[in-house]
Write a protein of this length. Sequence first.
Length: 99
Amino acid sequence: MKKRIFIFASLIAIALLLPYNTKANPLECESASQSLRETQSDLNDALKSYANCLANSNGYEVCASEFSHLSSAQNNFKTAVSDYKSNCKPDEDTIRPMR
């Protein structure tokens, strides 16, 4: 009886350790890839805008609006990276290189 319980418990432990979803959904991965590219572009634009404001402020502008936009773009990028990691597996054909 103890041997059966041990075997059953071992099988459950192994099943729990196996990944639930080993294949990425191609449509979800493509959507996550597109979102990542868009948010990366938005973040680059926000960074340029903030840097330009700082360079041209001459000590008269604190660039709070530009910084707020930069912070928001960073948060969106962080979410997009998380979605990409969740929806695209490294061995999946649907992963698109970042440009």
